[in-house]
Design a protein. Structure first.
Length: 415
């Protein structure tokens, strides 16, 4: 029996077309059995995003000796060799410790047509909690890439890097995009798209196309305007308590994060191996005909990594009525082996763009979102500080003594 092609599943209107599949096509793929849910556990409608599908954790987390790629083997063969125990995720769930890799079979499996491929990424809230995730498939030599025509189970590697976390079955920590044909935009295509509908804004004004910072994607700078009295972002605390990933707004910011201020404006020194949440200097807009992904920063341009969570859906920073122009992007940053200074406006991350097969029937933010027009970098699991009309956005007593970050090593950091 010859392998199925996308047009046979989704209809002849896709014949010869390329791009990321929107939510209305994802619904049809689920109905056609291309995306398979376990018996008695249908995929919740809320898990279908404008250009991606949220994947659900299964019932058990395998505690592993180390991470791996299966290569020529099925994943289960490697699990049996490397596992050191199990965490039961049924019912209330269980705790995953910092620095330990776990492998969790996902509830959804795939039977992709021969011309359809997948790409996985952590959800934004997962990345903002510094939880490293990546999908593994049978007989694969790369993470998060699902080959055309793949038929089989999906597994999620989960490594909490800053906080021990509490998770349970049915929770979604990552998502998958499905696409056909050539979806990626080149730099000239990116400039043309920006001229039709702006992708980048500076203080509400579209960046002139001749000044658009492109290099195999759209480059973004970091916002470090500040000083002693202005918070630039957050740094994960050392030795934090357990973070409940099943609760929205259930955890106090101050138990997990240090607010970042500096004695010198417009720059900070990142301490090696510490995790930071910062904000982009520019505002981003993803029009309905496109999807984007924040990619890991090229280490040749700096001793740091930015953005562990990747997908930006159509409609991020976009308003059909023109009521606002773009949303700033949260940046998840970690310096590698040495302390590293970054300055305001320094380019630290890149957005790559893909065309959609067709615009989604529902855009990001139209049914509610935690991050549309965001002004805070912390994820949805944390209670945001109360904003006062006559002062800074922290409540009295939330902050303690202002933290002083070092400038060129002249001052010692408060730990």
């Amino acid at each position: 029996m010859p392998p199925t092609r996308s047009a046979e599943v989704l209809g002849s209107e896709l014949e010869g077309r390329s791009g990321v599949l929107p939510n209305q096509h994802l619904e049809r793929l689920i109905a056609a059995g291309v995306v398979v849910a376990p018996p008695g556990s249908p995929i919740p409608p809320g898990n279908i995003q404008p250009a991606s599908l949220d994947l659900r954790l299964g019932a058990v987390a395998h505690r592993l000796q180390c991470s791996f790629l299966p290569g020529r083997d099925p994943v289960e063969k490697r699990i049996n060799y490397l596992k050191m125990g199990e965490v039961d995720l049924r019912g209330r769930g269980g705790a995953l410790e910092v620095g330990r890799p776990y492998l969790i079979p996902l509830q959804e499996s795939l039977r992709l047509p021969s011309d359809m491929r997948g790409k996985a990424n952590p959800k934004s809230s997962t990345g903002r909690a510094d939880v490293f995730t990546r999908v593994i498939t049978d007989h694969s030599y790369s993470f998060d890439e699902i080959s055309p025509g793949y038929a089989g189970l999906l597994y999620l590697e989960v490594v909490p890097l800053s906080f021990p976390i509490w998770v349970r079955e049915d929770l979604s920590l990552n998502q998958v995009r499905l696409s056909i044909g050539r979806a990626a935009l080149g730099d000239e295509e990116l400039k043309a798209a920006h001229e039709r509908s702006p992708l980048l804004y500076d203080e509400g004004v579209a960046r002139p196309v001749e000044e658009l910072p492109v290099s195999s994607g759209l480059l973004l700078g970091v916002n470090l305007r500040g000083g002693k009295q202005t918070r630039m972002g957050y740094r994960a605390k050392e030795s934090p308590p357990l973070l409940d990933m099943t609760q929205v707004g259930g955890s106090s910011i101050d138990r997990y994060w240090e607010r970042i201020r500096t004695t010198q404006p417009d720059c900070i020194i990142l301490k090696s191996k510490r995790f930071y949440l910062l904000m982009s200097n520019e505002a981003v807009c993803i029009p309905p005909g496109f999807a984007a992904e924040m990619t890991a920063y090229d280490p040749t341009n700096g001793e740091l990594r930015t953005h562990y969570a990747g997908f930006f859906d159509p409609g991020f920073g976009y308003d059909r009525g023109g009521g606002f122009s773009g949303s700033t992007a949260a940046l998840e940053v970690r310096a590698h082996d040495v302390d590293f200074m970054i300055e305001h406006g320094q380019r630290v991350c890149k957005l790559t763009f893909e065309r959609m097969v067709e615009p989604p029937s529902q855009l990001y933010g139209e049914a509610g979102s935690n991050y549309q027009r965001q002004t805070e970098t912390v994820g949805k699991h944390f209670r945001l500080p109360t904003r006062r009309s006559d002062g800074p956005p922290e409540r009295p007593g939330d902050d303690g003594e202002p933290e002083q970050l070092p400038f060129f090593g002249l001052e010692r950091e408060l730990s």
